[in-house]
Design a protein around this ligand. Structure first.
Ligand code: C5P
Length: 215
């Protein structure tokens, strides 16, 4: 049991894979290294992982793999987010029971949110994701043409941290598929993924205007 884990996780080994190997194509530079308050975006995400998990594998771009960061293990990521998760997962100790995948670009996620998704997996789900009802109406499109307007009551906008049974996540990633989140791979493999209430403030830093003081 690591120093960062909570009593709620007693007897269960919970590891985080924190993916921070993106180039920030939409932001214009790697957003995870931007200042946020007195620290960097990455430091906030890393601290939340450390508070809720027994260990953290941090996945960074290859040219940052030698950097000194407050993680137990640091590995180089890959070309896509899913490749980076796989690189991190390969470094998670084999006896981990639960793996929580988190985007470094979400610095506002609280340790309580980690604990909620972990608790749902401990309660029997294969995976658990934070979700919120979308404020906007969502359209399915084909190019510029609207194809369908799904019933908003049936939709949730999904965040990280996402928690999974470690064996289920490893199996879901074994085929090397790509998806925008890990739950999609677990769902495709037939796993049961449940939604817990997300956090309104847990936005993903995507564009410079997502950071205070930036336009
Ligand atoms: O690009 P996007 O905002 O979807 O990235 C989500 C998270 O995945 C970010 O924290 C980013 O650093 C990470 N990522 C990664 N490896 C990639 C692409 C994205 O670790 N090849």
């Amino acid at each position: 049991m690591g120093a960062g884990s909570t009593d709620q996780n007693a007897g269960v080994s919970v590891w985080a894979v924190l993916v921070a190997a993106g180039s920030g194509a939409r932001f214009g530079r790697p957003k995870q290294y931007e200042p946020l308050g007195a620290r960097r975006v990455l430091d906030w995400s890393l601290d939340a992982c450390r508070a809720a998990c027994d260990g953290v594998v941090l996945v960074v771009a290859a040219d940052r793999a030698g950097d000194d960061e407050k993680a137990d293990i640091i590995v180089a990521g890959g070309a896509t987010r899913s490749d980076s998760v796989r690189a991190g997962l390969a470094a998670v100790p084999p006896d981990a029971d639960v793996v929580v995948v988190h985007d470094a670009a979400r610095p506002y996620a609280t340790p309580a949110l980690f604990e909620a998704v972990i608790a749902a997996v401990r309660g029997g789900a294969d995976g658990a994701v934070p979700g919120l009802p979308p404020a906007d109406t969502i359209k399915r499109v084909d190019g510029h043409r609207v194809v369908e307007t799904p019933d908003r009551a049936m939709l949730v906008a999904v965040q990280t941290p996402q928690a999974f049974r470690a064996d289920v996540l490893r199996a879901a990633h074994a085929g090397g598929a790509d998806a925008t989140d890990d739950a999609a791979l677990v769902e495709a493999a037939g796993g049961t993924v449940v939604v817990v209430p997300g956090e309104r403030d847990n936005r993903k830093i995507t564009h410079p205007s997502d950071l205070p003081g930036e336009r």
